[in-house]
Ligand binder design. Structure first.
Ligand code: HSE
Length: 308
């Protein structure tokens, strides 16, 4: 028997909501888990590229694969050992670009294995295991449930989360560059400590951001996407971010621009198809920086992961 799960891409942080806010986007990976017929054959991991996603070569194909690590924890949870499994990852989500490709394979592997085992774990257990493997819950939560999610990993490892309705007319444009940025590197440039002043800045922006979303208030949202906890430190790793942030200021129907997750993709939020009006200017900025960039405008994905 084999089970396949389709999992959306995700963008995390949204500026001030570091390690807390995340949104699902309609680009999908499909993860298939099957028990192999031959006992003792161990784990087999296959990566299939749906797109010209050449950097998938860097994905481990042994026990170090994060999907396998997550599945192992699930088996441990039910008092069993994961041994003879075949995992197939059909990738469409760009890898190491800040679009939740690792979260997608963790969530997909877990949900498929859970289904294969007769669903012994509930969503809370799966979310907790996924967050433990990923290290933070902001990508895995919307990857599982879709939509705009707030999440918090508690000290006992459990995750509390809320899904909040996102204004359908607010769209996301992904500026996906042709270079990779490892999340570990993007996290290593963050300081150990930040000032109370910077923490207070992010707390108020994040709180107001939720209010702006709830009220569908675009003018308020424009004032809420700033951050002082991670982007100022990561700016040097994300080509064009500084220039684009300045360029987008006070542009009609552009709500703001943030680093998607740990980068290097830049996320632009707009309404009334505002991005289309300035698309050519954005291309010129990337051309001047000698960076090739794939530009995609998407709506929010509200379904989350599903068994296919
Ligand atoms: N919140 C995480 C970060 C997302 O910014 O490092 C990347 O996985």
């Amino acid at each position: 028997m084999k089970v396949s799960v389709r999992v959306p891409a995700t963008t995390a942080n949204l500026g001030p909501g570091f390690d807390c806010l995340g949104i699902a986007l309609p680009i999908y990976n499909e993860i298939t888990v099957e028990e192999t017929v031959m006992p003792g054959s161990g784990v087999e991991i296959n990566i299939l590229e749906d797109n010209e996603n050449f950097d998938v070569l860097s994905i481990p194909k042994d026990e170090n694969n994060i999907a396998y690590k997550a599945i192992e924890l699930l088996y441990n949870f039910i008092g069993q050992t994961a041994s003879d499994l075949k995992i197939t990852i059909k990738t469409n989500i760009p890898v190491t670009r800040g679009l939740g490709s690792s979260a997608s394979v963790i969530v997909g592997g877990l949900m498929a294995a859970n289904h294969l085992l007769g669903n012994p774990a509930d969503d809370a257990v799966l979310l907790s295991i996924a967050s433990e493997v990923e290290g933070h819950p902001d990508n895995v939560t919307p990857a599982m449930f879709g939509g705009f999610c707030l999440s918090s990993m508690e000290s006992d490892g459990s995750v509390i989360y809320s899904k909040i309705s996102w204004p359908q007319e607010w769209k996301f444009t992904l500026l996906i560059p042709d270079y990779e940025l490892d999340t570990n590197i993007a996290r290593s440039v963050l300081p150990e400590c930040i000032s109370v002043k910077d923490a207070a800045f992010n707390i108020r922006k994040c709180a107001m951001l939720i209010d702006a979303v709830n009220k569908k208030d675009a003018e308020l949202m424009k004032k809420c996407l700033q951050d002082k906890i991670h982007q100022p430190y990561r700016e040097k790793l994300v080509k064009g971010f500084k220039e684009l942030k300045e360029f987008f200021e006070n542009k009609e129907d552009i709500l703001g621009c943030v680093i998607s997750g740990a980068g290097p993709t830049i996320l632009v939020i707009s309404c009334n198809n505002g991005f289309e009006k300035i698309k050519d200017d954005v291309r010129n900025i990337f051309n001047d920086l000698n960076v090739n960039c794939d530009i995609r405008t998407l709506n929010i994905e509200n379904e989350g992961s599903i068994v296919v």
